[in-house]
Design a protein. Structure first.
Length: 420
């Protein structure tokens, strides 16, 4: 067993907390006050990351920039990510080679995995070509993120020199907490820690968006920006349902319903996809249930349960588990195994008991089907007016998924059946 206050690795990721003790006649120097500041800063960081977690709290949306808008330095901490390219005589870049691939980061707040608060007070426009390291420019897919930074400000002349070291004429009197923008052409690593409280943090950058199909000479379009790569604020990232292969609330013909349920086709069946790998051994009988509510004209109250089973083998193992498809999976397929027939006006109610499906950290899948807006795996098959308003979830970052942040619960969906 591990000792109290330690992680499973046997080490708690926090420095010793030593508080300055005052006494009469004590001689204090700059180092003592700096250590006292660091004591309170470390306490705040420890409380933030241990009790609340880390991620994007609000704002920090990545948006396209009009062609004629000027850019700003990619590094608000005062460091240039890359030197600007040579320009024509007179200072103007030639029109035929001008880089126009720019995005804007909106104001917002985030907390990095060390517990530092990252505040972006004003929108900043980023020239992706200038911010991208030179050795990563052979790509058309880039990731944009921010990280915590500090810079000294307000130089002040010292009253007297340090007796133990050389002191310059002026010293910076304040430290400004700011942020630094990062752009990369290499896919960033994913934080796969199950316990973000005690284990060390290895990913300091908070990634905000992935931008696909970048043309360096053309403005970035909104459909190229994918912000679902960002991490929402919290202790851990819940596994959610990201897609299904039927249209919630849609009306299918009897033949279409049979094909969807895999009644006569062993390759058919209902498919549910997750945001991360779930344990295959938790996909047991009773986790998924198909109930048919009979319709038609007149008074109807008859219901019956349709027999079904999980199809094997799994079609999509979790890539984060080194191909261990027998232990973890990113989706399952559930097909009808009996010969009951559907009738005109029937409704097929699909229930997935997400609280019984565990992810790789043994946490239940957050399965609440909020608003019935989990998209289809083949998004093009979804009618444009299927959901009406609320194209994006309350966070403003799409697409929709299941979940409310509480974990567990039941995923419910249904479709209707008509003769023609």
């Amino acid at each position: 067993m591990t000792e109290p206050g330690t992680s499973r690795t046997g080490e708690f990721d926090a420095p010793p907390l030593r508080r300055l003790r005052y006494f009469h006649g004590q001689m204090l120097g700059a180092r003592d006050f700096q250590r006292e500041q660091e004591y309170y800063r470390e306490k705040l960081r420890l409380r933030m990351r241990s009790l609340l977690g880390y991620g994007v709290v609000c704002g920090l949306h990545v948006e396209p920039v009009p062609r004629d808008e000027d850019d700003c330095p990619p590094d608000s901490a005062g460091e240039s990510a890359q030197p600007e390219e040579s320009v024509e005589e007179g200072g103007a870049e030639p029109e035929r080679t001008r880089r126009r691939a720019k995005v804007k980061i909106t104001p917002g707040l985030a907390v990095d995995c060390d517990g530092n608060e990252v505040v972006v007070r004003g929108g900043c426009v980023i020239d992706l070509w200038k911010a991208l390291p030179a050795h990563e420019r052979d790509t058309d897919t880039v990731w944009v993120g921010i990280e915590y930074a500090e810079r000294p400000v307000e130089p002040t002349r010292a009253v007297y020199n340090d007796a133990c070291a050389d002191t310059s004429d002026c010293e910076f009197g304040w430290t400004e907490e700011c942020h630094r923008v990062r752009v990369t052409g290499c896919e960033p690593p994913v934080d796969e820690r199950c316990d973000t409280c005690c284990t060390p943090c290895g990913h300091k950058v908070l990634w905000l968006a992935r931008i696909d199909c970048v043309d360096w000479h053309e403005p970035v379009r909104r459909h190229q920006i994918h912000m679902n790569v960002r991490r929402p604020f919290g202790r851990h990232l819940p596994t959610v349902i990201t897609g299904i292969n039927w249209i919630h609330g849609h009306t299918y013909t009897i033949d279409e319903a049979k094909a969807l349920l895999g009644t006569q086709d062993e390759d058919g069946g209902l498919v549910v996809r997750f945001s991360a790998g779930v344990r295959s051994d938790t996909l047991r009988p009773g986790v998924v249930e198909l109930q048919v509510i009979e319709g038609g004209s007149g008074r109807n109250a008859s219901t019956w349960y349709m027999g079904g089973a999980f199809a094997e083998p799994d079609a999509e193992p979790d890539p984060g588990t080194d191909g261990a498809c027998d232990e973890f999976t990113r989706q399952f397929r559930y097909r009808q195994t009996t010969r009951e027939t559907l009738q005109d006006g029937d409704r097929v109610l699909i229930t997935v008991r997400a609280a019984f499906i565990l992810d790789r950290c043994c946490r239940p899948v957050d399965g609440t089907h909020v608003g019935g807006r989990v998209p289809t795996i083949d998004a093009e098959a979804t009618p444009s007016a299927a959901h009406g308003g609320c194209d994006l979830p309350p966070s403003g970052i799409g697409p929709w998924t299941s979940g409310t942040g509480a974990g567990g619960d039941v995923f419910e969906s249904w479709f209707f059946v008509k003769e023609r």
